[in-house]
Write a protein that binds this ligand. Sequence first.
Ligand code: ATP
Length: 331
Amino acid sequence: MAEVELSDVTRTFGRTSALSNVSMTVPDGAFFVLLGPTGAGKTTTLRLVAGLDRPDSGALRIGGTAVTNLTPAQRNVAMVFQQYSLYPHMTVRENLAFPLKSPLLRTPQDQIDRKVQEVAETLQISHKLDNRATALSGGEMQRVSIGRALVRNPAVYLMDEPLSSLDAKLRADLRVELKNIQARTGATFLYVTHDQIEAMTMATHVGVLDHGRLVQTGPPREIYEDPVSIYAASRLGQPRINILPADLFAGAPSGAKSIGLRPEQIHQGEGEESSVVRVEHLGDQTRLYLSLRNHDLVTVTDAHTPLQSGDIVKIRPERPFYFDASGARIH
Ligand SMILES: Nc1ncnc2c1ncn2[C@@H]1O[C@H](COP(=O)(O)OP(=O)(O)OP(=O)(O)O)[C@@H](O)[C@H]1O
């Protein structure tokens, strides 16, 4: 497995700057998650690392080797796309074995059989090994795509929202499996997702992309607890961070335009009076939708709360974040 390094990488498409001067390191054995809304440059980053596209300027290294001018095959990376890409005329078994059948690898047949069986079990598709790829559901096809990456032993796995087409239960299972595979093999992952539960639970490192610029990198908890901007703060956390005018509460520092309150940064029981708009019982937690002087905010409360819409709840900020007019954090 290997470290991946981008140095000052820029890629533009016409007038769109997909990536601007991005420098980042995915350490060997890291599970690095790229976060950002649609168009932020996540897929472009993966394609550049995979060698499916070339940067306009800047350099890429994998395992210390300059790869900018190497073909995808020479880079030894395995990529899983958001949409499955299988050979339709082949069975699941043949699809899974395919990457190992390269004449260059000369993998013995019994080793191929063992690996295919092992990966099929991990991905819960053993019972479909002899089906044709076209006779599978979308979720099954996506598992086979992931399996085709897992049978190999690449320098790095590149995954572009690989779990987004799966149902919630399978997504949760595969989250754990991918994390186990990473822990067991020490594999390096560069992984794109919109799903912040995936980001929080799987990532050792998170990179936040904003219109092609990398605005913050760090462990997920650091991004959550110490965001550099409203933008970075808004990438993680469910319910989302509340961003309100700073003068809604006393105590804002000078220059503060907005106050940022995650649910746990809202203390209930004292302070300003807010009214309960809606109560959502989710089982393990209850969400409270509040209105404070015509501003909406959402927080969580005890699962067994007796609160109902129309009730009054006093709230005050507890160690909130403050941001200036540009959205940058003020300490
Ligand atoms: N081949 C291309 N031709 C023209 N523009 C492109 C091309 N590929 C990407 N772009 C543009 O570059 C920007 C970044 O795209 P990219 O696909 O990397 O975003 P993303 O963060 O992966 O988004 P999503 O979450 O929707 O996949 C977008 O504005 C996109 O329209």
